[in-house]
Unconditional design. Structure first.
Length: 64
C-alpha cells in the first residue's frame, strides 16, 4: 500500500492546521462563549461552580 501524500496547505496559508491540546478528564476547560437561545452570549466562566454538560451533535441529526 502506498502512503498518501502529505496534505497541501490552502492558498494563502503556510500550514495545514495546528495541533489542539487535548483535555484530560478532570482538567479545567478553557473559557469560551456561545450564543444562548435568547440571543445573548453565555461564557463558560459565567457558569463556574455549576455543573455543565456540553453535547455536540452533527447538524444532520438535529431537529432543525
Amino acid at each position: 500500500m502506498t502512503p498518501s501524500p502529505p496534505p497541501v496547505p490552502p492558498k494563502g496559508r503556510s500550514s495545514v492546521g495546528t495541533e489542539t491540546p487535548t483535555l484530560r478528564v478532570g482538567m479545567p476547560a478553557p473559557d469560551f462563549d456561545l450564543p444562548a437561545h435568547d440571543g445573548t452570549r453565555v461564557s463558560l466562566s459565567q457558569l463556574r461552580g455549576k455543573r455543565v454538560v456540553l453535547a455536540f451533535m452533527v447538524h444532520a441529526f438535529t431537529a432543525t
